[in-house]
Design a protein around this ligand. Structure first.
Ligand code: HEM
Length: 436
């Protein structure tokens, strides 16, 4: 055999060895150790008393949290979560999917992906971008972008006799991409738009990767999908990924819930008109601060339709949680969507939509102060949460000032999780102008 054939054989043998180690041997070893302690499989209730534990572990800087997942939103994907939980860290979602969707390529990790020292360094650099003064300035950009979206709606209303059906989820994706492009990329807004398009494609590629078996080394092969992923990866920036899809889904689900509850639509409109004025006014940051009911409404939307429905962490060391020894390398999933509907945590009305539960703030709405996990909690929690909440308030307030709306009969309720939770068939809504 020539040198080339030997090289190919050696590479194949190394892949096969890696595959056995990472897909068979290590997962089995971890499974055996957990089973020996009576942990039969991924059942989140087993850890349901451990929210305090999550906080404590995060608080000590280890970046380590836990929970084992049963994800009732997604029965189809469940077997894959099972595999993920029992697998080893190296080939797991936390690294692979985030790596493929969120960041700038193999050696240039973005903030969602980075670990320990590198993360601290990144955080120091980006944190000042989110201080309250900067956010105040960004509110103006947000309302400008929202205003330009709504001017288009006005035009459509004008040509269609004062009543128009608009598919909102797509419009909000464009809007939040617009906002993040203007705030993160400044004048190079067109470059931001390119990133937006690349990122959408990448998200679908990443999701299909997540559902298929991962063979170590295969992501380096020159397949069509890998080549596409690499080229798209280069264009993506963390903020872009983390910052616009999530916020657009929050807006979408808020509008869905508002259309399903006309009495709330009226209450919130009244609050907005009192604090911000009528159809032609543009809310300022100070006005937005007065919108308590809207704030509660957004929190309840985040609880029931959390844009990010699970997060994961790798056990960095052997550790003990709730009396269970979790071996180093196990992937622990925090099933946000499940926790958010847990009656033990939120009370018997956990499945009901009731913004009043947030009357005294998010930390006093449930039995545990950190039960609302949409933005995660602790040192690795969402850096853009204020940004997202301000953007959502600006946009919803401006819509309430200018339009009345109801759900189109075409709407089909099918929340679906493509890394973030969105309505599978969009959100068609019927709009009327409130301008006299
Ligand atoms: C409703 C909107 C949003 C939701 C639900 C959301 C949710 C989350 C969650 C759950 C995490 C933790 C991820 C993990 O632990 O694996 C996270 C992290 C992060 N988010 Fe957000 N996010 C939103 C908006 C934003 C915005 C607007 C930005 C930026 C402009 C942003 C930037 C980030 C960054 C950079 C991280 C990583 C932080 C770190 O690792 O230290 N997010 N987000």
């Amino acid at each position: 055999m020539g040198i080339f054939a030997w090289t190919v054989a050696a590479v194949l043998a190394s892949w096969a060895f890696n595959a056995v180690v990472h897909l068979v041997w290590r997962p089995r070893a971890i499974t055996r150790r957990l089973r020996a302690q009576g942990v039969a499989g991924p059942d989140y209730r087993f850890f349901s008393g451990s929210l305090g534990e999550i906080k404590r572990l995060r608080g000590d800087g280890s970046g380590l949290q836990l929970d084992v997942s049963s994800h009732d939103f997604l029965p189809i994907v469940q077997p894959h979560f099972r595999r993920i939980f029992w697998g080893t860290a190296k080939h797991m979602l936390g690294q692979r999917v985030h790596g493929k969707t969120g960041t700038v390529g193999q050696n240039e990790n973005g903030l969602v992906l980075t670990d320990s020292e590198e993360w601290k360094r990144h955080l120091k650099v980006v944190h000042p971008a989110f201080n309250m003064d900067k956010l105040k300035m960004m509110t103006v950009t947000m309302s400008d972008c929202a205003q330009s979206m709504m001017s288009e709606w006005d035009l459509e209303l004008g040509t269609k006799g004062g009543i128009v059906e608009i598919e909102l989820s797509r419009r909000f994706e464009e809007l939040t991409a617009d906002v993040i492009s203007h705030t993160a990329f400044g004048s190079s807004y067109k470059q931001g738009k390119q990133v937006f398009l690349a990122q959408r494609e990448l998200q679908f590629l990443a999701f299909s990767t997540f559902l298929s078996v991962q063979i170590p080394g295969f992501s380096y092969l020159l397949t069509k999908k890998n080549v596409k992923t690499w080229s798209l990866d280069k264009k993506c920036k963390t903020f872009f990924f983390a910052g616009h899809d999530t916020t657009s889904h929050l807006l979408t689900w808020t509008m869905f819930l508002l259309s399903a509850r006309p009495e709330w639509q009226e209450r919130l409109r009244e609050e907005v008109e009192t604090a911000c004025g009528g159809t032609d006014e543009v809310p300022t940051r100070d006005m937005l601060n007065k919108l308590k009911l809207l704030h509660m409404f957004l929190l309840e939307t985040l609880r029931l339709y959390s844009p990010v429905s699970l997060i994961q962490r790798k056990a960095g060391t052997n550790l003990e949680l709730g009396g269970i020894k979790v071996p180093k390398g196990a992937i622990l999933t925090i099933p946000i969507a499940t926790i958010h509907r847990d009656k033990e945590v939120w009370g018997p009305d956990a499945d009901e939509f009731r913004p009043e539960r947030f009357e005294k703030g998010a930390s006093r709405a449930a039995k545990h102060p950190n039960a609302l996990l949409s933005f995660s909690s602790g040192p690795r929690s969402c850096i853009g949460q204020n940004f997202a909440m301000i953007e959502a308030k600006t946009v919803v307030a401006m819509i309430l000032q200018r339009f009345s709306f109801e759900l189109s009969p075409k709407y089909v309720h099918a929340p679906t999780d493509v890394i973030t939770l969105c309505p599978k068939y969009g959100l068609p809504m019927i709009f009327k102008s409130l301008k006299v």
